[in-house]
Write a protein that binds this ligand. Structure first.
Ligand code: 13P
Ligand code: SF4
Length: 354
């Protein structure tokens, strides 16, 4: 939908008044009305690096979700304030692994006699507490664009990986990119005693996958892939690695949001694409490449926007920028120093991956 011209003008004026004091980051899943004010757009990995590369900006306005703002706070200086325009913009996947559950899991691994062989690898889409746990236990963070390198690194440090919290990214990377079999992976269910696993299963496993998933990407199905292939002959199916393993196996290409954009930029004229990721991004790409005669469709019309990404809208952005321009610091996301220390260790291991 076209943005309200009055709000557009107010956002522009507030941003102009703030000048270099503010830096606005926008994740690819944000609404168009918000993306138009982003100084930089990117996937989770690129935005984490971009946030750290702006020490002169007093305010980092993060148009994305809570775990991204936390990571930006960890990677920026103490003098900088990271601001999330709507505090209710969380992530259901990140909420699927709490600090208590993960501590309990570590006890289960210790009890089974495997904890000393386990290296935790946590997806960026996790709370600062989980990142701190990861850093404390010698592990690293990964994103969908460097998951393979993170697993390779982790297997140089130990024999097993505890992958948190997205089972699909963990399984897809292990099987697709690392040549492991599905039998090398076990699923740890935090709602069952001992994760629903025996000590023997934990001893045999190479990948211990946390039972978390993305509520948006988890809804794409093999049927949606088959339907689109029947409907659009010659279509290329390109999906995000947060999709289920069988969907990824049925697709032609798999990659992060940044990978998806690059693939479409490089695609020949006349090519046809069905994309399995968040709808704001797919729509934006369909519009952007329409002139170049690239047909881009959404993989499954029954899947909707990420509701929490969509909470950041133009009214929230205007309120945030106008408050900052009036000298009022609102919606600051601040990770406590002890958590930050270990979470930073894990994030820095990721940033140092080859
Ligand atoms: P990327 O931007 O790293 O591909 O992550 C996708 C996602 O789900 C972010 O919430
Ligand atoms: Fe979380 Fe999925 Fe939304 Fe990303 S798309 S913020 S993983 S719920």
């Amino acid at each position: 939908s076209p943005s309200d011209p009055d709000l557009v003008e107010r956002a522009r004026a507030a941003k102009e008044k703030l000048g270099d004091k503010v830096f606005v980051l926008g994740h690819h899943y944000q609404r168009d009305e918000v993306i138009q004010f982003a100084d930089v757009t990117g996937d989770s990995f690129k935005l984490a690096r971009d946030a750290a590369a702006r020490p002169e900006a007093e305010y980092i306005v993060f148009c994305g979700v809570h775990f991204m703002a936390e990571s930006a706070d960890i990677l920026t200086t103490d003098a900088q304030a990271v601001v999330l325009p709507d505090l209710a913009a969380g992530c259901s996947m990140a909420d699927m692994a709490t600090a208590e559950q993960v501590a309990e899991c570590w006890d289960v691994l210790t009890e089974a006699g495997v904890a000393d062989q386990v290296v935790p690898v946590s997806y960026m889409n996790s709370s600062a507490d989980i990142k701190a746990f990861t850093g404390k236990h010698g592990g690293t963070i990964c994103t969908s664009s460097n998951a393979k390198r993170a697993l390779e690194w982790a297997f140089e440090q130990g024999e097993k990986i505890l992958f948190l919290p997205d089972q699909h990214l963990g399984r897809n990377t292990a099987v697709r990119d690392m040549g492991m079999s599905l039998d090398d992976c076990v699923l740890y269910n935090p709602h069952k005693p001992n994760g629903g696993l025996t000590a023997e299963q934990l001893r045999d496993a190479k990948m211990i996958l946390w039972r978390g998933h993305c509520s948006v990407h988890g809804r794409f199905s093999v049927e949606s892939v088959e339907d689109v292939r029947a409907r659009i002959p010659g279509v290329n199916v390109l999906v995000h690695p947060e999709c289920k393993h069988e969907v990824v196996a049925a697709a032609d290409y798999v990659g992060s949001t940044e990978y998806i954009i690059k693939a479409l930029e490089a695609a020949p004229r006349g090519s046809k694409w069905a994309i399995g990721t968040e709808l704001n991004l797919v729509r934006r790409l369909a519009n952007r490449f329409a002139d170049e005669d690239k047909e881009i469709v959404f993989l499954d019309k029954t899947v909707c926007f990420c509701s929490t990404m969509n909470r950041i809208d133009l009214p929230h952005l205007v309120w945030t920028l106008e408050s900052l321009a009036d000298g009022k610091l609102v919606n600051r996301i601040e990770v406590d120093p002890e958590t930050e220390k270990y979470a930073k260790l894990a994030l820095e291991r990721m940033l140092a991956l080859p």
